[in-house]
Design a protein around this ligand. Structure first.
Ligand code: PBG
Length: 340
């Protein structure tokens, strides 16, 4: 007890949490959450019919790649310690059709790139492919359109499943280590697992976009893939109002054979990540989406936020919520910051 009558904790000296914050080394030792390059999955875009890579204006520093620039960025990713890339295809508009048939063609832009990357990099990095039709359909929806008896258009769940099977098998054949169904059709994991196994691809893993919300934060992605969508995806993606529904979706996907489940977007849905992570017996991934990336970049460009610091803070918060893997367009920047 000091002369100035400092309050005590029942006679014990005052507990001072700040002692553990005194130096960078001390803070690092007691940090409850660490982000590592191996946690990060880098989403990348391969585009058909371009001769030089093209920057996506709403996603500064992210590109529609040619196969040449794609190989280059994958090599840089390996050097930075990244373990997985997630590849999206951007076909020519003239190659899109009502069913998205380029999605399962061996010579389609996505499958051709998967094959080239696997050939070049073998098992030095995991190649994950986006398993969804929206980039390949002329209407931009994630599945096959049908008309009900009142003349309203809707996405036909069950007709779409057969196309997802073809797409997943073609991606596995091209050399993908992981397929990632992102179209939110009911039953897609079971159907894809069965098709992969029947085709002899038992070792190809499935990362299920289990809790994928109908989010306005996907805005810049639509530019990135040259989406043809006119309308929205609210009839198949989840309502931002719902949490329990995500637990149902994740548990169904795990029962159907998902090797990973995913929550998407990340920052506006940290509560969902936490709830799914508490219950899941498989790894839980979170997708920090295009709008989250664009938002931080835009503020940083105005001098309103420090980009490097908010990158690390946002990734740390997503991991702290319970994500094991983070899909993020900041993957390479963050991995480099973490390494050097
Ligand atoms: C659909 C798909 C989307 C994203 C990934 N896969 C767009 C959508 O559902 O509208 C969004 C990714 C992002 O915004 O970064 N296959």
């Amino acid at each position: 007890m000091t002369d100035n009558h400092e309050p005590t904790n029942g006679g014990f000296p005052l507990r001072r949490p700040r002692r553990l914050r005194t130096t960078p080394i001390m803070r690092d030792m007691v940090a409850e959450t660490h982000v590592a390059p191996a946690d990060l999955i880098y989403p990348l875009f391969i585009a058909d019919g371009i001769t030089a890579c093209r920057e996506i204006s709403s996603m500064p520093g992210q590109y529609q790649h040619t196969i040449h620039t794609l190989k280059n960025i994958v090599e840089q990713s390996i050097d930075a310690g990244i373990r997985c890339i997630d590849l999206f295809g951007v076909p020519l508009d003239s190659d899109k059709d009502a069913y998205g048939s380029q999605a399962w063609s061996e010579t389609g832009v996505l499958n051709a790139a998967i094959a080239e990357l696997r050939q070049e990099f073998g098992n030095d990095i995991l190649i994950m492919a986006d398993t969804c039709l929206d980039e390949f359909t002329d209407h931009g929806h994630c599945g096959v359109l049908a008309e009900d008896r009142w003349g309203n258009t809707y996405v036909d769940n069950d007709k779409t499943l057969a196309l997802y099977q073809k797409m997943a098998v073609s991606q596995a054949a091209a050399g993908a280590h992981i397929v990632s169904p992102s179209g939110m059709m009911d039953g897609q994991i079971a159907y894809i697992r069965q098709a992969l196994d029947q085709a002899g691809y038992q070792d190809v893993a499935i990362m299920a976009y289990s809790a994928k919300y109908a989010s306005a934060f996907y805005g810049p992605f639509r530019e990135a893939v040259g989406s043809s969508l006119d309308g929205d995806r609210r009839a198949y993606q989840q309502d931002p109002a719902n949490l329990k529904e995500s637990l149902l979706e994740a548990s169904l996907d795990i029962a159907e054979g998902a090797d990973f489940v995913m929550v998407k977007p990340a920052m506006p849905y940290l509560d969902v990540i936490a709830a799914v992570a508490q219950r899941s017996l498989v790894p839980v991934a979170a997708y920090q989406v295009s709008g989250e990336y664009a938002m931080l970049h835009a503020a940083a460009r105005n001098g309103w936020l420090n980009l490097d610091t908010v990158i690390m803070e946002s990734l740390t918060s997503i991991k702290r919520a319970g994500a094991n893997q983070i899909l993020t367009y900041f993957a390479l920047d963050a991995a480099r910051m973490l390494r050097y």
